[in-house]
Design a protein around this ligand. Sequence first.
Ligand SMILES: [Zn+2]
Length: 278
Amino acid sequence: MTYRQKTKRILLTSLLFITSSLIAVSAGAAQLAIVIDDFGYRKQDDNRILELPPQVSIAILPNSPFGREMAEKAHRQGREILIHMPMAPISKQPLERDTLRPSMSAAEIDQLIKAAIARVPYAVGMNNHMGSAMTSDLTAMQHVMTSLSGSGFYFLDSVTIGSTKATQAAQGKPVRVLRRQVFLDNVQTEEETRKQLNRAVALARKQGSVIAIGHPHPSTVRALHKLVPMLPPDIELVSPGYMLTHAGKPSSVRPLPVKPVKPVEKEKQKPAEPEKPC
Ligand SMILES: [Zn+2]
């Protein structure tokens, strides 16, 4: 074997080793889903979010002026789309048109959900915009889940209140429910988003997967553009839908969260925190 052939063989072996190590990392990777809410109002900021990797998912407000346009664009990129369904908060604040309220009948809720689905093409899931009053009402949320039953949609609970009944309401129905654990921008600074993204990474490593929600605020956009390309190699950026069908770490090695109610308790004290008009 010539020197040249030897070098080639060593190089090939090293390459194979590196490739198999990478595969090993991705097989045991912890999953992180990032969903950006409140899409459809601020075209410029929304477009900056659409420059992020397509694994970052978006949630579109059904009555927003640019919602359909953003859905078309995101779909062409292979990006996952959710309907960001307006739901009534406890606190008094300006509401989106066709906001779901606990006092509505099953038929009214079904009609508004079907209209939202018709307005946001390509959506595969739904999460709540605001909703501290709506999501804490079991009967109202059962109407939501009944309406979603035939759609194949999953429901991502934004968890804007600790007493949310979304998971309970889906029991016995073919709607899969996921929960948001981290808000990336309750405080609109790059530093806060960096801190919360680090928290999401730590939770993903501990639990196997985590869902973080952010908004198209300029500080969030700037932070994500810097940080998403630098995510550690043991963290796999995925969509919530992917998470539902491809579990990360095997559940046998996934430790239970030590205090799963802690972040929820914190929000209980200020349920209106993420419920800003957009
Ligand atoms: Zn929202």
